[in-house]
Design a protein around this ligand. Structure first.
Ligand code: ATP
Length: 359
């Protein structure tokens, strides 16, 4: 039987609550499936670790993670540690060092969920946002001089390489090709950002000729937000830079019901390094410790992890169980319900248990 080694990094706030729930669900799934096993190793890295050790993770943290098949990540962010330290010290450090350049964010309206948008049919909102995850506006280039003085200068440089843009766009075309609509929208801001974004446009036009079966169009990011709200059905797969896609995917999550249900995968498609799977929400300190965090995003994240591991039937079983639970409206307060994280998790385990046959 194949055993996968999974590094669990719950992090801060509700990260610890949703990852514990996700592991419970994954364990009941592996038991039900019978064809594979999961061995979790827990890492207590995050803001509390930082307060004790002065770093978000140990110096050899990346070496420790390298042998794992996948990383199951919660969230980071706390009141005691500035956000840029917690983000760069852990999540971005892992994404960049492991060349997880493809960030994939599906968004769709799950059964039973009332989205804030009035849709003709739930299927009208069924998107995948492909976010460039290794460069762009989050490349870490720039600096500050004359700190604290009136003449202080800060620069934040967006870096776009032909190699980086080509590989993420090809990834998006490949993904779009596998979906029923086979449609890919390039989202940039090439009217105002006339260097890097124009290069994105040019590369896209050239790569599109290799994918005649994929229908393409392009939009400026500001207009794209309106189209997501007003004509959701006209969109399928979208590809955008690190910053633009970061913002668009929060919008997509909100439009599909709640930030609490949205998953994401940080992929190293060449599999030279482990890929990382996480819900898109943050540590949500406002509700941390109350046992009411929505674990659905973390469960859907697990579906993406299983697909990456090649366990497609288990992934399908888990997605089916998630949809069954949302259909029966066992909802945490963010979705208008009164269920706790534990209750949703128990309902999920029950749905897995009750699902038919072995995989
Ligand atoms: P970050 O900057 O890391 O994204 P943030 O605090 O800006 O963090 P979140 O932590 O994602 O954003 O939370 C934004 C809002 O969404 C909060 O009000 C939070 O309570 C709510 N929220 C986020 N995730 C969940 C969840 N899983 N269940 C319920 N509510 C959630």
């Amino acid at each position: 039987m194949k055993t996968y080694k999974i590094a669990a990094i719950p992090g801060d706030g509700i990260g610890t609550e949703v990852i514990a729930a996700g592991i419970e669900v994954l364990e009941s799934l592996a038991k039900k499936d019978g064809g594979f096993a999961l061995r979790f190793e827990h890492f207590d890295w995050g803001s509390n670790y930082y307060l004790k050790h002065g770093a978000m993770m140990p110096a050899d943290g990346l070496d420790q993670l390298k042998p794992f098949d996948a990383i199951y990540f919660g969230a980071v962010g706390s009141k005691e540690v500035p956000d840029h330290i917690s983000l760069w010290g852990l999540r971005l450090n892992i994404c960049q060092s492991f060349d997880q350049y493809a960030n994939v964010r599906p968004a769709r309206v799950l059964p039973g969920i009332d989205p804030p948008l009035k849709l003709a049919a739930p299927a009208d909102l069924d998107w995948v946002i492909v976010r460039e995850n290794s460069e762009g506006e989050y490349s870490g280039q720039g600096g500050r001089t004359h700190r604290g003085l009136p003449e202080e200068v800060a620069t934040e440089i967006a870096v776009f390489t032909r190699h980086g843009v080509e590989r993420i766009q090809r990834f998006a075309f490949e993904l779009a090709r596998k979906r029923p609509q086979r449609r890919l929208t390039l989202i940039t801001k090439s009217n105002a950002q006339r260097h890097g974004m124009v290069m994105w446009d040019e590369i896209f036009a050239r790569i599109a000729t290799d994918y005649p079966d994929v229908q393409t169009d392009k939009m400026l990011v500001d207009a794209a937000t309106m189209r997501m709200v007003l004509k959701p059905r006209s969109l399928d797969v979208m590809v955008a830079t690190n910053l633009h896609a970061d913002i668009l995917s929060d919008l997509a999550a909100a439009l599909s019901g709640s930030l609490g249900i949205a998953p994401t995968a940080n992929l190293n498609p060449e599999r030279k390094f482990p890929s990382m799977f996480e819900p898109i929400h943050g540590s949500a300190l406002d509700i941390a410790g109350q046992g009411i965090a929505n674990p659905i995003g973390t469960f859907w994240t697990a579906v993406m992890m299983l697909q990456h591991l090649g366990e497609f039937s288990a992934a399908a079983r888990l997605m089916g169980a998630i949809e069954q639970v949302t259909s029966s409206r066992v909802f945490t307060p963010d979705l208008g319900g009164r269920a706790t994280t534990a209750k949703v998790t128990a309902a999920l385990c029950h749905a897995i248990e009750a699902s038919r046959g072995h995989a």
